[in-house]
Design a protein around this ligand. Structure first.
Ligand SMILES: Cc1cc2nc3c(=O)[nH]c(=O)nc-3n(C[C@H](O)[C@H](O)[C@H](O)COP(=O)(O)O)c2cc1C
Length: 192
């Protein structure tokens, strides 16, 4: 049925994230990661505004962010277990790419569409990493929505938002398939 490269359709029909907590070192080396990022940012972008940017988090940066969660979480009302779960996601991270939405002033392109393009960049990086044999997972969590964390930890400007932390590493287990949507029930075919 596919016109060419049926393995690509097979990848998308079976694509499955790998839970971040099951990923271990090594992650991609710098040269390979740069290629993954180049592929990932080939996303639809209405008006060519490039309303996104990436922050590659590795090594000491991940420990620093874990410590920041431990200091800010309780003040933000997170209980001890939730704080540690959020901190642990950074502490055990191998390579984490933060995808930041940076809306640009535009009379034509609504901010929501610009954010959509940033989400597309997340999905694109997730797929690129999985397709090239890495384990990968798109997470957000409390930290992604806490302005204090985003400012202190990642130096985000006031108008910027965190759309996803894309964890990339070596997979240790293949998770079982999860329930998938009933595509027929969710699809309306309209021909008039
Ligand atoms: C915007 C966004 C944020 C997410 N944040 C989390 C999260 O913080 N924790 C989590 O366990 N899953 C989170 N997920 C879900 C996982 O990325 C993913 O849905 C799950 O691992 C199964 O993915 P798969 O369909 O690629 O196999 C998030 C998904 C999206 C789209």
């Amino acid at each position: 049925m596919p016109r060419h490269r049926p393995e690509l359709l097979d990848f998308f029909l079976t694509r499955r994230s790998r839970p971040a907590k099951t990923l271990v070192a090594p992650g991609p080396e710098e040269a390979e990661l740069k290629l993954l990022l180049e592929a990932a940012l080939r996303v639809p972008d209405h008006g060519k505004l490039e309303p996104w940017r990436l922050i590659v988090l590795q090594d000491a940066a991940l420990n620093r962010l874990a410590d920041l969660v431990r200091s800010l979480g309780p003040k933000a009302g997170l209980d001890a277990a939730k704080t540690e779960k959020q901190a642990d996601a950074f502490a055990r991270g191998v390579c984490v790419v933060a995808v930041v939405a940076c809306p640009k002033a535009s009379d034509k392109i609504p901010a929501s569409e610009q954010r959509d393009s940033a989400a597309a960049a997340c999905m694109s990086l997730l797929s690129t990493a999985l397709a090239t044999g890495w384990g990968a997972n798109w997470l957000t969590g409390w930290a992604a929505h806490d302005r204090g964390f985003l400012t202190k930890g990642l130096d985000l400007a006031a108008g910027e938002n965190l759309v996803g932390f894309i964890h990339i590493g070596t997979e240790t287990t293949t998770p079982p398939e999860r329930p998938r949507p009933d595509v027929a029930a969710l699809t309306q075919w309209m021909d008039r």
